[in-house]
Ligand binder design. Structure first.
Ligand code: SDX
Length: 394
């Protein structure tokens, strides 16, 4: 493709990869999916439209989008036998542990779509995963609160269906809130891809062995759970609640974050690539502003978060290190306003990131002469040395 960088094999051998999916300029705070600015996609697209763009490389026509939606709709149910898996989890099981376990189990129940080198099976596994992950996430939540599973309703949109499965109960008529559907659609788009981040690299690494898509995505879910990565959205709300309970003593926590001997970090702040404001955080903050004002008036945690940001962005420690709010700083504020519990926040991140993980997995398998990932290692251990028998070791 014109204008694309080409790198010799040497680059690939350093564990680096080339990709045509997402462009990020960390200095300027630019994020583009397949060449389209994230701001435009977030404002004007439906999540499945963006998922199609990421996975197949082009914005879909109306017919292509309807066919994509159809192919996903027909796979939203889980095999009934999978309900036993949920029954075996204790009520306090973390939803990310449930998600990675049950997504991995799809490799047991979807045996006719495990071969990543067979185009038909590859495509079927993509539809199944896009369709079933929201159902798995919602069933895991229902299990944790002791409510009956609510099955997907395929006349609903992707986001409507997820909120329905999450919050509807059989005994009541469920009222879909269009503002929350719109907010979820935007958040899923903003989380949809981000280049070679930790979890996407895990998906590419695991997938490079030619294991099935379900197993590779299960590995990505595990990587995302970490507090330094997607788990930061839950950790950020915990941090804000802790500061609020500590008389809103922001200065104390800013000092802790700056103390090299204190492991405390401002959750939702800083980024490996963005040395400017994360463009996603900017959008999420403005949506949170609108949604909170319209739905609940004010949220003390949101007010605290904005004050914390203002103080940190004036502090030389953060300014010198170019530490700004990232995608995880304000997203939990919106999830909270929607009534989603904290331990589900990273599950929502995973639902958004799914098409990005799939796109990278598929791009890797379509790369000519694809090789198993094996990053270079520089050995810095002992030189050869003589063996010491056990009786002589002190
Ligand atoms: C995501 O890669 C991606 O694209 C990820 C992601 C995606 O969409 O996939 O964008 C999603 O994971 C966002 C990041 C969410 N994580 C957090 O918010 C956790 C808190 N942030 C930090 O732990 C940290 O900023 C990281 C992990 C995000 C980035 O780590 P780096 O790039 O390794 O940065 P670093 O640890 O080398 O930090 C450089 C300096 C250090 O100080 P010095 O050693 O120079 O004195 O900045 C400091 C760090 O101590 N620092 C922080 C800080 N983040 C970095 N100090 C206080 N609070 C923070 N949050």
């Amino acid at each position: 493709m014109t204008g694309y960088i080409t790198l010799d094999d040497g680059f690939a051998n350093t564990g680096g990869t080339t990709s045509s999916i997402t462009y990020i300029d960390g200095e300027k705070g630019i994020l583009r999916y397949r060449g389209y600015r994230i701001e435009e996609l977030a404002e004007r697209c439906d999540f499945l439209e963006v998922a199609y763009l990421l996975i197949y490389g082009e914005l879909p026509t109306a017919d292509q989008l309807e066919e994509f939606r159809d192919n996903i709709r027909r796979h939203t149910l889980l095999h009934e036998g999978m309900k036993q898996l949920f029954a075996g989890f204790p009520p306090d099981a973390h939803p990310m542990a449930i998600l990675s376990s049950v997504v991995g189990a799809l490799a047991i129940y979807c045996k006719d779509s495990l071969d990543p080198l067979d185009e038909a099976q590859r495509q079927l596994s993509i539809y199944r995963l896009m369709a079933k992950m929201p159902t798995i996430a919602a069933f895991g939540y229902k299990q944790s609160i002791g409510q009956p599973f609510v099955y997907p309703q395929n006349h609903l949109t992707y986001c409507q269906n997820f909120l329905y499965m999450l919050f509807a109960v059989p005994s009541e008529r469920y009222r879909m809130d269009p503002d929350y559907v719109e907010a979820l659609n935007l958040l899923l788009i903003l989380h949809a891809d981000h280049g070679q981040n930790c979890s996407t690299s895990a998906v590419r690494m695991v997938g490079s062995s030619n294991v099935n898509l379900f197993s590779a995505i299960s590995a990505g879910i595990c990587a995302l759970w970490g507090q330094l990565h997607g788990g930061a959205n839950e950790a950020c709300i915990n941090m804000l609640e802790q500061i609020l309970a500590d008389n809103r003593n922001i200065g104390k926590y800013i000092d802790k974050a700056k103390d090299p001997n204190d492991p405390f970090r401002l959750m939702g702040f800083g980024h490996r690539i963005y040395k400017n404001y994360d463009p996603r955080a900017k959008i999420i903050k403005s949506v949170a502003d609108r949604l909170i004002a319209k739905k609940i008036g004010t949220d003390p945690l949101f007010e605290l978060a904005k004050e914390l940001e203002e103080i940190a962005l004036k502090d030389p420690y953060f300014v010198e290190r170019k530490l700004y709010p990232n995608v995880d700083f304000y997203s939990g504020i919106i999830y909270r306003a929607m009534g989603i519990p904290k331990n589900m926040f990273t599950v929502l991140f995973a639902l958004g990131r799914l098409p990005g993980w799939i796109a990278h997995w598929r791009e890797m398998h379509l790369t000519p002469n694809k090789r198993i990932h094996r990053p270079r290692q520089l050995y810095i251990g002992y030189p050869e040395r003589p063996f010491v028998p056990l009786i002589k070791r002190s």
